[in-house]
Design a protein around this ligand. Structure first.
Ligand SMILES: Cc1cc2nc3c(=O)[nH]c(=O)nc-3n(C[C@H](O)[C@H](O)[C@H](O)COP(=O)(O)OP(=O)(O)OC[C@H]3O[C@@H](n4cnc5c(N)ncnc54)[C@H](O)[C@@H]3O)c2cc1C
Length: 340
């Protein structure tokens, strides 16, 4: 059945990246996003070489590079200030999530995206295929194929793989952002990491532009029990873990607005056997929520989108069952080392 009607559930990184590439290949999609069309919330992340390469494949590398911040060096110290490593970086960029999504989505036809649609469930055809995605507001979309791009808490995944196993991760991150001209932010283009010599604790600072610094505190949740949410708890936690450290930790915590601070991940998805079921495929965190310390969540979401768009390219007229299987096998191999 060509051209296929494709509905994307979730207009985050994987969803927008797929839409971009599929459009470039001559196709069209509809995107169903639970958010309202307000500026994107969120912090930021590191784009690595594989993510930049996938952005080239979907034709958005230069658009993203216009807003991202090339990082030219990496310094690792211990908490006493001893230098452990200093090296030059290539093809590593810091970027805020808002700038990134803006660059990814710009130029997509406005009529493609439907905001305020929270996925509820699928209605099935007699052969078991999904026929319609139904949203909580009662609206629905009929399509030939559905792509679950609805993130780590994916409702699409919960419906097609209700027995997917979710566990508590041992290594967690407290992630935050500082908008200021902090001294540490001025040492532009440097990714700084401070590791505690006892292990299980590290602080990372990633400039996302000349004024914005993303920072994260990686901790072993068995050694340092995860605090409850709430800015006071998070601030006390960050302060107690980094007390007495040499370097910018204290200054950073003082400058941080802890209302924009999150613990992630709080749950980890065990590997799925396949990234699809019938005429529904999963991309990005919905398929493989990765540990944040891999810095691969965003990069791999773009790769998923680039690979699947190629497999489903309108000109190829390949049955979706084959395209989904190829996609799933290709991406599982790429993701496997990140799960170790
Ligand atoms: C605090 C934090 C810091 C991170 N730092 C990094 C980093 O440094 N490097 C990195 O590579 N990755 C990082 N990640 C992970 C990265 O953000 C994700 O891996 C990436 O966003 C995955 O893309 P995605 O498209 O699968 O999901 P998302 O980008 O989360 O998009 C999912 C979309 O689906 C929508 N949605 C959800 N549920 C529904 C529903 N029921 N109906 C309709 N729409 C729905 C959401 O609103 C969202 O727009 C971080 C994540 C967090 C939370």
């Amino acid at each position: 059945m060509y051209p296929r009607k494709i509905a994307i559930i979730g207009g985050g990184i994987a969803g927008l990246a797929f839409a971009r590439r599929y459009r470039q290949l001559g196709g069209r999609v509809s995107i169903h996003e639970r958010r309202r069309p307000q500026p994107h919330q969120g912090l930021g992340f590191i784009l690595l070489e594989n993510g930049l390469k996938a952005l080239s494949e979907i034709g958005r590398r230069s658009a993203v590079e216009a807003f991202s911040y090339p990082l030219t060096s990496c310094t690792i110290r211990d908490q006493r200030g001893n230098l452990l490593l200093e090296e030059n970086l290539q093809s590593v960029h810091g970027v805020t999530r808002s700038a990134f999504l803006e660059a990814l989505g710009r130029g997509l036809p406005e009529t493609w995206t439907h905001y305020g649609q929270v996925f509820s469930h699928f209605e099935r055809a007699p052969n078991g295929d999904a026929r319609r995605a139904v949203f909580e507001n009662g609206e629905a979309i009929e399509a030939d194929l559905f792509l679950g791009c609805d993130g780590s808490q994916s409702g699409v995944r919960a419906e097609i793989f209700p027995h997917a196993r979710i566990s508590r991760p041992r290594i967690c991150e407290l992630v935050s952002v500082v908008d200021s001209d902090l001294d540490v932010a001025r040492s532009k283009r440097r990714f700084l990491k401070i590791r505690h010599e006892a292990g299980g604790l590290a602080l990372g600072l990633v400039p996302a532009n000349s004024q914005t610094l993303i920072w994260y505190l990686q901790f072993d949740a068995e050694k340092y029990p995860t605090p409850p949410t709430g800015r006071t708890h998070l601030k006390d936690f960050a302060r107690s873990l980094t007390r007495g450290w040499s370097g910018p930790a204290e200054q950073l915590i003082r400058a941080t607005d802890f209302r924009r601070t999150y613990i992630c991940p709080t749950r980890v998805l065990e590997p799925l056997d396949a990234y699809f079921d019938r005429n529904i495929a999963l991309l990005g965190d919905a398929a493989h929520a990765l540990h944040s310390f891999t810095s691969q969540g965003v990069n791999s979401a773009i790769e998923d989108a680039a690979v699947l768009a190629e497999k489903l390219a309108p000109g190829r007229a390949v049955p979706h069952s084959k395209a989904f299987l190829d996609y799933s096998e290709t991406r599982k191999i790429a993701i496997r080392p990140l799960l170790a």
